[in-house]
Design a binder for this molecule. Structure first.
Ligand SMILES: NC(=O)c1ccc[n+]([C@@H]2O[C@H](COP(=O)([O-])OP(=O)(O)OC[C@H]3O[C@@H](n4cnc5c(N)ncnc54)[C@H](OP(=O)(O)O)[C@@H]3O)[C@@H](O)[C@H]2O)c1
Length: 348
């Protein structure tokens, strides 16, 4: 049996091991094989390694964000070809679909093309946040950014983004602007500049009381209680109270809440429609995952054009000094999930 190298998880909390006996994979219909060049560590990587969350089989290969080269295409692939440079998010906890190995599988519709402007490191660091933000802004509402070549009309509709200073939030602001929305984003006062640089029209303090944040949202979106907004995307995972209270006061008939908190025990009060992003589940079976994968498949070619033209930029990230699976093991040992920055590691 042909084998390959990678980093393997055996038990929660144990250091991952470098091995060279993983089975070589081959793409099935609609899949491509990716050779990851850079991977990006984010809190979910530590969570999986420390607790075994998402892990479906043991020993398991882990990983989430990646940038790499398509090395083999399965039957029926129409979008990607051998040699294409792509980035994105693997399928959390499923060995064959996880990037911490010489090559792994992915549905050919899901990754984004790197284009000429992003560096490989930029691309790796964007994989998780861009996929998550795209779902948070577009999916559930069944909308899509206009093609880049189309002229965008500036709309009077505000989209409220909670946690606009984070990795996901910064991408979400950029995506919202492509659609012509006005963006009101929350952040700590010290992160205001970052949020404005990403394109937000207005900011409010994410650490103020719920009442104050709601008042700010209403003030920004029209200076009184009839705000013209219908969508709040919580990219912080801690903002559902602010979202629900703000949406209750919106005069729009359609009220939409999307969130990165996939498992919180809250429920949006009627008539607010709720959508939870589960970006790492795209290749899992199940109606929601299949629908979400279809949404990303619709978005990816459109977003590729923005990426190609340098319109999508990552949040600040760190680069680990070292190359290979051993370096990735060291990086995981040193990565602090409390840090705001993803850590990009060159693995091959
Ligand atoms: N469901 C999914 O598929 C999925 C995928 C990726 C990520 N996530 C989750 O999405 C969240 C954001 O990820 P990220 O990479 O963007 O994280 P990040 O870069 O650390 O950003 C966190 C954001 O939350 C805000 N924040 C932190 N504490 C807050 C508080 N107490 N009150 C209000 N705002 C607060 C921060 O803003 P300020 O510090 O400026 O206030 C920042 O904008 C994380 O919880 C992550 O686990 C979920």
């Amino acid at each position: 049996m042909a084998t390959q190298s990678g980093l393997v998880f055996t038990a929660p909390g144990s250091p991952l091991n470098v091995v060279d006996n993983l089975p070589r994979l081959h793409p099935e219909r609609g899949q491509v094989l990716i050779k990851p060049e850079f991977v990006a560590l984010c809190p979910v990587d530590s969570l999986m390694a420390q607790t075994g969350a998402f892990v479906t089989d043991t020993p398991a290969v882990l990983g989430s964000g990646f940038y790499g080269t398509v090395t083999e295409v399965g039957f029926g692939c129409a979008r990607l070809k051998e040699g294409d440079l792509v980035f994105g998010l693997g399928s959390l906890g499923r060995t064959a679909y996880s990037p911490f190995q010489d090559s792994f599988l992915i549905d050919e519709r899901l990754p984004f093309r790197k284009g000429k402007i992003l560096s490989p490191q930029d691309a790796a660091s964007l994989g998780v946040s861009l996929t998550t933000a795209a779902l948070g802004i577009f999916a559930g509402r069944h909308m899509l950014a206009p093609k880049r070549s189309e002229s965008v009309r500036e709309l009077q509709e505000w989209v409220v983004i909670l946690g606009g200073s984070g990795n996901v939030g910064q991408c979400a602001i950029q995506l919202g602007r492509f659609c012509g929305f006005k963006i009101a984003a929350s952040c700590s006062l010290s992160n205001r500049k970052t949020v404005v640089k990403n394109g937000a029209h207005a900011t409010f303090d994410s650490r103020a009381t719920v009442e104050k944040q709601v008042a700010e949202v209403l003030h920004i979106t029209h200076g009184n209680e009839v705000g013209h907004f219908m969508h709040v995307f919580d990219a912080s995972g801690v903002g559902h109270d602010v979202a629900f209270e703000s949406l209750k006061r919106s005069t729009e008939n359609f009220k939409f809440f999307s969130t990165v908190d996939a498992s919180g025990s809250f429920a949006a009060p009627a008539p607010i429609k709720e959508y939870r992003v589960q970006a790492g589940m795209l290749s899992y079976p199940g109606d929601k995952n299949v629908k979400d994968a279809d949404e990303v498949a619709r978005m990816a070619p459109v977003l590729d054009e923005y990426i190609e033209n340098g319109d999508i930029r990552p949040a600040e990230f760190d680069i680990f000094d070292g190359v290979g699976w051993g370096a990735l093991k060291d990086a995981l040992g040193r990565y602090n999930p409390e840090s705001r920055k993803t850590m990009v590691v060159r693995v091959q």
